[in-house]
Design a binder for this molecule. Structure first.
Ligand code: HEC
Ligand code: HEC
Ligand code: HEC
Ligand code: HEC
Length: 407
């Protein structure tokens, strides 16, 4: 029993640490849940999800480790994944005699928000791989770590205490142009970064740097604030060239559409990789290359992440088509039409009765009825109707619209 409680504590504490860097998300368009994705980690734990799923090795191992699968999570993306996996999950629930976790719409919102932020979290890093990269990418020709390496650029030992990648990525960005110049001089190809490479290099520096006079500090950062990030994007004139989920501006790519549902260091890596082209565009547009403080960097990148995971435009008309295509309407009547009222409730009626006025509420109802829906799908010999993330946005917005206006 004690062991079990300790394990539970470990899960909660670990998740709290993992999320310390993205805790306070705040913006006018951001929900309460998104301002505090941690609340969702508690639902994840309370509802027994952690009994079957780990997040980065902490938790159960019956289902996949949700911190490790690369799912490009978005709000509707998570909802669709949970829906599509329902039959398999249900089998496991039955086999293990676990009662199905019903959720309130608040819990659903918190849970989905939590899961949709998993991609912003850094993956575990590998110092040995970092050592190889430090040589392969020729950093070692100009920089030393632990006394080994060149002295064209400063020694990198000063980054040892920093647990958060924001310090090195900010320094990297601020010095990027000068670095590019000395690379050109020395005939060294400018490196680009993929995947977890920045994290691996950081891990190498942390393990091998000289410790300055007993300085064993571990320095974390303040979490990013996307609301401040939004303002900074305008202030630093990024928005001169980039839109966020808007019309193309024709100079830089739309950052909301750029598939940047990736971790902090990966977004920073993409900025670095695009650096030279961006600088050329900046000099053409007479915009000075902006420098960042660490806080500004976290704010801007958290906003870019937030913008990238927003589902763009739901289309209730398409939702109406999908209700037929997916066979929902062969069981559910809609305002008395089609379906079989003995088999399944009328979707227009339940939308009014249960006041399903947000997609989250619809998703919650769907989830809580998965068991009986699963049985009746089996009965009529249908395959489980899978729904992708866009379809989930369209279908749920259609069901929201079905509610009769209140007299
Ligand atoms: C009884 C064990 C069990 C519990 C409890 C459980 N799951 Fe699962 N879950 C699974 C299994 C098994 C799969 C894999 C199913 C498959 O591959 O189709 C899965 C798959 C998933 C996936 C898709 C992962 C992927 O790689 O595609 C998500 C997301 C998920 N579960 C979320 C949750 C959430 C949220 C909860 C808590 C409300 C939860 N699960 C509770 C067993 C469980
Ligand atoms: C051709 C030489 C050269 C190469 C190769 C090079 N750098 Fe640099 N780097 C520099 C110079 C020069 C500076 C300092 C620029 C300045 O002071 O404005 C610098 C600055 C930095 C800084 C900021 C240091 C600080 O204290 O603020 C970091 C971090 C950094 N480099 C990391 C790297 C990494 C990691 C690699 C390999 C991927 C790399 N550099 C490759 C020359 C290089
Ligand atoms: C003068 C125009 C201009 C300004 C100002 C500008 N950018 Fe860019 N940006 C570009 C261009 C052009 C590209 C694409 C470069 C390429 O294709 O290599 C780009 C690419 C990017 C990318 C990579 C996108 C992707 O799809 O991988 C990110 C992230 C980015 N910019 C962020 C910013 C931020 C943050 C700012 C403000 C600090 C900013 N940019 C300011 C022109 C600009
Ligand atoms: C094979 C028949 C069948 C199909 C196909 C089906 N459902 Fe259901 N659905 C049911 C049953 C049965 C229930 C559970 C009713 C209950 O438990 O009271 C249900 C419940 C629901 C609920 C919750 C209703 C409530 O009372 O809160 C929603 C929302 C819903 N389904 C939407 C859908 C959507 C969207 C589709 C298509 C992707 C779909 N259903 C496909 C049979 C079906």
């Amino acid at each position: 029993m004690v062991q079990k409680i300790c394990r539970k504590m470990l899960v909660v504490v670990t998740i709290m640490i993992l999320f310390a860097s993205i805790q306070s998300l705040a913006s006018a368009q951001i929900s309460e849940y998104q301002r505090n994705p941690l609340s969702g980690s508690q639902v994840f734990f309370q509802k027994g999800c952690a009994g079957c799923h780990s997040i980065l090795d902490v938790g159960g191992n019956i289902g996949p480790d949700l911190g490790k699968v690369e799912l490009n999570y978005s709000f509707f993306g998570v909802a669709s994944i949970m829906w599509n996996h329902a039959p398999n999950m249900l089998n496991k629930f039955e086999a293990l005699d676990i009662s199905f976790p019903e959720l309130s719409s608040e819990e659903m919102n918190a849970l989905i928000t939590f899961l949709s932020y998993l991609n912003y979290m850094e993956r575990p890093s590998d110092p040995e791989r970092g050592r190889e990269l430090f040589t392969q990418k020729k950093c070692v020709r100009c920089h030393s770590v632990g006394g080994i390496g060149g002295n064209v650029g400063p020694a990198l030992d000063r980054f040892r205490p920093y647990q958060s990648p924001v310090f090195i990525t900010t320094a990297f960005w601020n010095k990027a142009q000068k670095m590019a110049e000395s690379m050109l001089e020395m005939g060294i190809k400018r490196p680009v970064f993929e995947g977890n490479e920045i994290m691996d290099i950081m891990a190498f520096i942390r393990e091998n740097a000289e410790v300055a006079r007993g300085d064993y500090r571990r320095i974390y950062t303040q979490p990013g604030d996307p609301k401040a990030g939004e303002a900074l994007l305008a202030k630093k004139r990024c928005t001169h060239c980039h839109n966020i989920n808007g019309e193309e501006k024709g100079i830089g790519p739309d950052l909301g559409k750029s598939d940047l549902r990736i971790s902090f260091t990966k977004i920073a890596g993409r900025m670095w990789n695009h650096g030279p082209k961006m600088w050329r565009a900046m000099s053409k547009e007479n915009i000075p290359v902006p420098k960042f403080s660490e806080t500004e960097m976290s704010d801007v990148l958290s906003y870019i992440y937030f913008a990238a995971i927003q589902e763009r435009g739901d289309n209730p008309l398409n939702g109406e088509l999908l209700i037929f295509e997916k066979g929902c309407n062969s069981c559910h009547p809609i305002a008395g039409k089609g379906g079989d009222a003995d088999l399944a409730p009328d979707l227009a009626e339940i939308s009014s009765e249960l006041e399903l006025n947000t997609p989250t509420k619809v998703i919650t109802e769907m989830w809580n009825h998965i068991q009986s829906m699963g049985l009746s799908v089996e009965e009529v010999g249908m395959a489980w109707p899978t729904i992708d993330s866009r379809e989930m946005a369209d279908i749920t917005s259609y069901i929201v619209r079905l509610a009769k206006p209140k007299p």
